[in-house]
Design a binder for this molecule. Structure first.
Ligand SMILES: CSC[C@H]1O[C@H](OP(=O)(O)O)[C@H](O)[C@@H]1O
Length: 323
């Protein structure tokens, strides 16, 4: 794999030290690179809740480190588990990672979970790249890069792998209101990777598609139900409807730690509602952080196990077990 100058290493995104879980504070990127030291599971939960660390796999990894920290400092592990599990409701990776850690809440197991998530991203990138047409103009939403997965990235990992195969002409980056994960984080990562890109306001995606400027839409996910219904950042469903209208494939890239076989359909996926002040300091607002895209609007779901197509209830693999 090519080393990319300036790429943020997995241990810079989130790591466990002897007395703290250290996260790169993504709220300050790209203007400032500052670390946040979380000295308890409660402080890790706060970092997840405030999106200092965010992205489904990355919050799972941070929670795994938080449980290992609690165990190493003699704190009540069950209480730490509950505190971390309650930090954000939608990304199933959070509960998956905590469940993987619970029988053996050690630093070594948490680090294994982190390393495995990054390796899954590399495998997903390799599976997804051939789905990207030659000279593709790719549209992506929110941030599903290394910052969101603890390294390499899921949707951005797929874009990176396709770029390295010469398949990408440019990337349209939805700014992704209200917290601008696209404009702040995805654009930053693509700049670091040297991949041509342009930030657009979320409302511009429709016109780009109508002008024939988009060949494929690639996103990450926060929870995928057994039938393939997919929860992702708010606005993804609208993109899916637009893509279907314009005959453009939507490809979801997510590790098996994002699969939730206990949710039969998207109706069972809890959707986080965040502080309306993130949308408007002055006026009333409604601020759901995610929406659900029905499986029939998704062309393919790519996990580290491969490319899965309809019917997803039969093609999706079981969630992975930590090694
Ligand atoms: C690869 S998971 C990224 C996923 O998480 C983001 O949400 P948030 O920034 O609120 O954690 C968004 O839904 C991304 O697609």
């Amino acid at each position: 794999m090519m080393d990319i100058p300036g790429e943020i290493a997995p241990e810079q995104i989130v790591r466990l030290e002897h007395d703290a879980v250290v996260v790169l504070d993504q709220r300050l990127l790209p203007a400032e690179r500052a670390e946040l030291r979380c000295r308890s599971a409660a402080e890790v939960a706060d970092a997840i809740r405030t999106l200092a660390v965010r992205g489904a796999p990355a919050i799972g990894v941070a929670a795994a480190y938080g449980l290992a920290l609690a165990a190493s400092t003699g704190d009540d592990v069950d209480a730490a588990y509950a505190t971390l599990a309650a930090s954000r409701p939608t990304a199933v990776n959070l509960r998956w990672a905590l469940d993987e850690m619970r029988p053996d809440p050690t630093a070594a197991r948490a680090r294994r979970i982190h390393a495995d998530e990054v390796e899954r991203c590399r495998r997903m990138g390799a599976h997804a790249a051939p789905l990207v047409p030659e000279r593709a103009r790719v549209l992506t939403h929110c941030n599903a890069g290394g910052l969101a997965t603890g390294g390499y990235g899921s949707a951005v990992g797929a874009i990176r792998a396709a770029w390295e195969q010469g398949r990408v002409e440019r990337v349209w980056v939805d700014e992704t209101r209200p917290l601008l994960q696209g404009a702040r984080l995805t654009a930053f990562e693509l700049e670091t990777l040297g991949i041509p890109h342009a930030v657009i306001v979320d409302g511009a995606a429709a016109s780009l598609m109508a002008r024939g400027e988009v060949d494929v839409v690639i996103t990450g996910a926060d929870r995928i139900a057994a039938n393939g219904d997919t929860a992702n950042k708010i606005g993804t469903y609208g993109l899916a409807v637009l893509a279907r209208h314009h005959g453009i494939p939507l490809v979801v890239v997510a590790p098996t730690s994002t699969l939730d076989p206990a949710a039969a359909t998207g109706a069972e996926i809890p959707i986080e509602e965040r502080d309306p002040a993130e949308v408007s300091e002055r006026f009333p607002a409604w601020n759901p952080a995610f929406d659900v895209t029905p499986a029939d609007l998704i062309a393919a779901i790519v996990t580290e196990e491969g490319v899965h197509t309809h019917p997803f209830a039969e093609s999706l693999p079981a969630p992975v077990r930590a090694r």
